[in-house]
Design a protein around this ligand. Structure first.
Ligand code: LAC
Length: 309
């Protein structure tokens, strides 16, 4: 049987940690590519040498050459500038537009059938760009954000209630930015909506901390988070390669769903072989819908600003 091939572009914190999760989950052979010479090669070799200890097999290639990514099933794009303290994700627009454009065209040249999972910020806008540059159908280009944002929400709910994170599920819609829309009504602990378990004040505080979840870590760390972002990507890659039909919040191309058209925004999707199989539309209250539309408007503004650059 042919092993799956995953290429990860950008071997920085997020890329390298994603390679690590992919290796431990034995998702397939991993190519780690970066423009910096020696660095991806060193990380790939180091990762391969953890295999005998952790009991995983696989081929791990570090490279500076896109030819080595040829025939990838999934390509994860992490390249670009990361946030520094005081910066918003939007501040990265100009620099990352150049980088993502170049990366995507090099990737598609060698892997015309791949599925692209974008992680570079500003996330929804970079995913839109990746679709435009690749010319791929919408099901084969998606962005990682909702899995991370809902993981943060789940963590804070579990901490608040002193329960296992495994019992906590959460739904976060909208763009990966300050306007994201965590949905308490659709967030549950062992099936019980958190609105039955926590006061409005505590839920509001958790929603606020989730929105600022990336910023909180940038302030502590001096750069962007990477363990949770990378784990979130690995979960998406696993869903695709194992055709799991997982329902995950991801940045997906909307064509009228939720009243949003021609834009990448975070929504629940069914993810499996071939990528996005379905956008799932859930019922929203007027207030939730208005919050989602405000978030989509912020993404659209950024997409328009990117087109002017
Ligand atoms: C964060 C970055 C990855 O939310 O956007 O941590």
């Amino acid at each position: 049987m042919r092993r799956h091939k995953i290429s990860i572009i950008g071997a920085g914190n997020v890329g390298a940690t994603c390679a690590h999760w992919a290796a431990v989950k034995e998702l397939g052979d991993v190519v780690l590519l970066d423009v910096i010479e020696g660095m991806p090669q060193g990380k790939a070799l180091d990762l391969a040498q953890s295999g005998p200890v952790e009991d995983f097999d696989g081929v791990f290639v570090g490279t500076n050459d896109y030819k080595d990514t040829a025939g990838s099933d999934v390509i994860v794009i992490t390249s670009g500038m990361a946030r520094k303290p005081g910066m918003t994700r939007e501040d990265l627009l100009e620099a990352n537009k150049q980088i993502v454009t170049k990366v995507v065209s090099s990737c598609v040249e060698h892997s015309p059938g791949a599925i692209l999972v974008v992680v570079t910020n500003p996330l929804d806008t970079m995913t839109y760009l990746a679709k435009h540059v690749s010319g791929f159908p919408k099901n084969r280009v998606l962005g990682q954000a909702g899995v991370l944002d809902s993981a943060r929400f789940r963590t804070f709910v579990a901490m608040e209630l002193g329960v296992s994170v495994e019992n906590v599920h959460a739904c976060v819609l909208g763009g990966h930015g300050d306007t994201m829309v965590p949905l308490p009504r659709y967030s549950t602990v062992a099936g019980i909506p958190i609105t039955h378990l926590l006061s409005k004040e505590r839920i509001d505080a958790i929603v606020e901390r989730t929105r600022d979840g990336g910023g909180e870590i940038v302030r502590l760390l001096g750069t962007s988070a990477y363990y949770a972002p990378a784990a979130s990507v690995a979960e998406m890659v696993e869903a695709i390669l194992l055709d799991q039909n997982r329902i995950l919040p991801c940045s997906a191309y909307l064509q009228g769903q939720y009243g949003i058209d021609g834009l990448y925004v975070g929504v629940p999707i069914k993810l499996g072989a071939g990528g996005v199989k379905q956008v799932i539309e859930i019922e929203l209250t007027d207030e939730e819908r208005a919050a989602l539309h405000r978030s989509a408007a912020a993404v659209r503004e950024l997409v328009e600003a990117m087109k002017q650059l």
